[in-house]
Design a binder for this molecule. Structure first.
Ligand SMILES: [Zn+2]
Length: 276
C-alpha cells in the first residue's frame, strides 16, 4: 500500500513533468473508485494549467488554473493505486482508469486495481471534508513531543494505533509505525496515555528519520515515473523489525515478536521495547 513516503516520492516524481502543463483532455474509463469520480471531471479540468503538485497526508493536490480561476484536483492512491507518466503510444493496461493528456504529449495515468483510491476536484481543498479532519503532518514543525503527549492524554488505545490514526498524525502506516516504535524503544501495545513525554520525543525523532530515509531511498527511483512501460518505482525499504518475527533483534539478538493490533501485524523486540 502506498504510504506517505511513496506518495511524497510520487509527488516529486510527477512534478517536473506536469508543472506548467495544460490539461488537453481528461479520459475517465472507470469512475467507481472509493468515491465516484465526478461525471464532469473533464469539463472541470480540460483547458486548465497545472501549476503545482502539493501533498497533505497521503493526498496529492494539483492546483489547476484557468486565468484567475483555480480548481484543485485531489488524488489518493488508496491501497493499490499509482500515477505515472507515459507516452501516448503506450498501450492501456487493465486498471488504467484515468488519463490526463498534457500539452507536452505525455499522459498522467492513474492505475488502481483495487479501486480504493480517490480522484476528486474542488475549489477549496483546505476545507474539503477529507482534508479538514487530518491530523498534523509528520514532516512539519507542528509535529513534536508536546503535541503527541497532549493528544494522548487519558488514551488507553495502543500507542501504535494512536500513531497510525490519521486524525492525530497523517501518513504513518503500519510498516513505518512498527519501525519508528522500534527505534524509539516503545512497546507498540502500550497505552498511548501512559507513554512519557520523553518517550514521545524519541518517537518524533524516529518517525521523522524513518520517513525521511524512505523518501530519500525513493528518490533513487524517480526516473521510473517516466519510463516507457512504466510501473512506478515503489522502493524496497530496509526494515529493522517489520516482518522479522522469530529473527534476532538487530540490537540485542532477542527474537522479534509479532502481535496483532487493530487487525495489523505489529513487530517488536520484547527486550528493547519493554512495556512500561
Ligand atoms: Zn532488542
Amino acid at each position: 500500500m502506498p504510504e506517505l513516503p511513496e506518495v511524497e516520492t510520487t509527488r516529486r516524481g510527477i512534478f517536473p513533468h506536469v508543472q506548467g502543463q495544460n490539461i488537453a483532455q481528461v479520459v475517465v474509463r472507470e469512475s467507481r473508485l472509493r468515491w465516484a469520480v465526478p461525471a464532469d471531471l473533464n469539463q472541470q479540468l480540460e483547458g486548465r494549467r497545472i501549476t503545482d503538485v502539493l501533498r497533505r497526508g497521503k493526498y496529492l493536490i494539483l492546483p489547476c488554473e484557468r486565468e484567475a480561476d483555480v480548481r484543485f484536483l485531489i488524488i489518493h492512491l488508496g491501497m493499490s493505486g499509482n500515477l505515472r507518466l507515459v507516452d501516448k503510444s503506450i498501450a492501456l493496461k487493465k486498471h488504467d482508469h484515468i488519463d490526463w493528456v498534457l500539452d507536452n504529449g505525455l499522459i498522467l495515468r492513474y492505475h488502481d486495481p483495487r479501486r480504493f483510491g480517490a480522484v476528486l476536484s474542488t475549489y477549496d481543498w483546505q476545507q474539503h471534508e477529507l482534508i479538514t479532519r487530518l491530523g498534523v503532518e509528520p514532516l512539519s514543525t507542528d509535529f513534536d513531543a508536546a503535541y503527541l503527549y497532549q493528544r494522548a492524554q487519558n488514551k488507553r488505545q495502543a500507542v501504535k494505533n494512536f500513531l497510525m490514526d490519521s486524525h492525530q498524525v497523517v501518513g504513518v502506516g503500519n510498516i513505518y509505525a512498527s519501525e519508528s516504535l522500534f527505534q524509539a524503544k516503545i512497546h507498540p501495545a502500550q497505552a498511548a496515555g501512559t507513554v512519557s513525554e520523553a518517550a514521545y520525543q524519541r518517537l518524533v525523532t524516529a518517525v521523522v528519520a524513518v520517513l525521511q530515509a524512505a523518501i530519500e531511498q525513493g528518490g533513487t527511483s524517480l526516473r521510473d515515473f517516466r519510463q516507457s512501460d512504466g510501473k512506478p518505482g515503489y522502493f524496497k525499504q530496509s526494515l529493522q523489525v517489520y516482518g522479522r518475527a522469530g529473527e534476532p533483534c538487530l540490537i540485542c539478538k532477542q527474537s522479534v515478536e509479532q502481535i496483532r493490533l487493530g487487525q495489523r501485524g505489529s513487530y517488536f523486540c520484547p527486550q528493547c521495547q519493554a512495556m512500561r
